[in-house]
Design a protein. Sequence first.
Length: 125
Amino acid sequence: MNYRDPSHYRDNKIAGRECIEITHHMTFSAGNVAKYLWRAGFKAGESAQKDLDKALRYLEFLIDQHQPAWAYARVPQVYRDWKLDAQREGGHELLLETLDLMSFGLFRQAHAELSDYIKENYPNG
């Protein structure tokens, strides 16, 4: 595995962008939520459920630490542009919905919705 350019990000571009191009503008915990949602089911040896559980854990950090999602106090234009392209591309609803909720500081709601998603899709987890 190439640690500088891992395939689970490089080969899983969304709307033509790699994960780091978006998370670079986020705070640490918010970026980790996005990272784990982005790569869920794509990293060799990691189950999608494990990555979703990690995203939940970082949402808990955001709730406990009262951190913003974006590093520069507002949603960057690069995210807005990417989001529109990702919506057109389709198939990224969980990631986009979670990022939207985080952008508005609705971390508890994001946590609840992601928890519900995991329970519905991984009932034996």
